[in-house]
Design a protein around this ligand. Structure first.
Ligand code: SF4
Ligand code: SF4
Length: 326
């Protein structure tokens, strides 16, 4: 059961990105990381993406203790936003295409465009464009429409990105999720719009309707920022988790947002006793060159090289998390 993995601090969650609608990529990532020992997979709340994740698990031939979480967000959440290039402002300099971690920006018919399915809303392109030619737009998610078919398909967790300023939207979406799904829920929260106190207060209110330890709190240090592998990159994830840990709430704690190969070690050094680590940007980046290859599934050398890289990240992470026994 998912609870057993969380209790034993053996939970490595691969985040495929809440906005990643590229089914082929999701299947390959889940396949690879399932073989590498990851047990939890965070995917976009769309039927075809849940199918892709299930197919990745099946192909890995390890179906025991493999769990799927779907993520939903609120208005303004970058996790469910997409970038769009304003063609009339674009100078075709290609800087955005070079920096996009998803290779989502392509040059076609003499203009640069964003492939919506591949975009994860990280905003890197916006920071790079010196001509203000890129904007983010939000994807509307109606919980009452998107959840029922996913629940019917079979999922193991629903995660709400509860970071925005709009209390009403956060609590009404949470109520709707609670009404529709009786299994494990996850709250992904960061301090970008909330101070420490407001974040803790929001968490306590969200937990009122939950049985003890039926919820994961995903301490999101700096969302979608784990492209580098330094201690500094992951500092906010550990700091956010420590604030939550100090409140002794009856929920599991998962580190996320800027997580990398240093996260679990830093948590151990700081005495933060997380139940698991969710890694997205960094975990995807280190295997990207392999994942995109045509011979990914067929060339044993390619697959083994990718597997070694993924397995080292999973093993190192779990060994440090497992050493925290508090
Ligand atoms: S960085 Fe800006 S100006 Fe350059 S190609 Fe991208 S959108 Fe166009
Ligand atoms: S850099 Fe990020 S936000 Fe921009 S197109 Fe690529 S994935 Fe989307």
């Amino acid at each position: 059961m998912l609870e057993d993995i969380l209790n034993s601090k053996k939970c490595f969650k691969l985040v495929c990105a809440a906005g990643n609608e590229d089914a082929e990529e999701v299947e390959r990532l889940v396949y690879l990381y399932s073989m590498a020992g990851a047990s939890f997979f965070d995917v976009c709340a769309k039927s075809e993406i849940v199918d892709a994740a299930k197919s990745g698990i099946m192909k890995s031939c390890i179906e025991k203790d493999r769990y799927i979480c779907v993520s939903v967000g609120i208005t303004g959440d970058p996790h469910i936003s997409k970038a769009r290039i304003l063609t009339e402002m674009c100078k075709n300099c290609a800087e955005c295409a070079k920096i996009c971690p998803q290779e989502a920006i392509i040059f076609e018919n003499k203009i640069y465009n964003v492939k919506e399915k591949r975009c994860i809303g990280c905003g890197n392109c916006i920071k790079t464009c010196s001509h203000n030619a890129i904007e983010l737009y939000n994807i509307e998610q109606d919980i009452s429409t998107i959840l029922p078919p996913l629940i019917q398909k079979g999922i193991d967790c629903v995660e709400l990105h509860a970071c925005g300023c709009d209390d009403f939207e956060v609590f009404s979406k949470w109520e709707e999720i609670n009404k529709r799904y009786k299994g494990m829920l996850s709250i992904c929260i960061d301090r970008s719009n909330l101070g420490n106190k407001a974040m803790v207060n929001r968490l306590k209110k969200l937990l009122i309707s939950r049985k003890p330890y039926s919820t994961i709190i995903q301490a999101d240090g700096a969302p979608m920022s784990g492209f580098d592998d330094g201690f500094k990159t992951t500092l906010q994830a550990v700091a956010t988790a420590e604030i939550i840990q100090n409140e002794n709430m009856p929920a599991y704690i998962m580190l996320s947002g800027g997580t990398n190969s240093k996260t679990a070690k830093l948590a151990q050094m700081c005495g933060v006793n997380a139940n698991g680590v969710a890694i997205g940007s960094y975990a995807r980046k280190i295997v990207r060159d392999y994942i995109v290859r045509d011979d990914f599934y067929t060339d044993t050398y390619v697959l083994n090289d990718a597997l070694q890289i993924a397995k080292k990240l999973v093993d190192d992470t779990l060994s440090y998390i497992g050493e925290n026994n508090g």
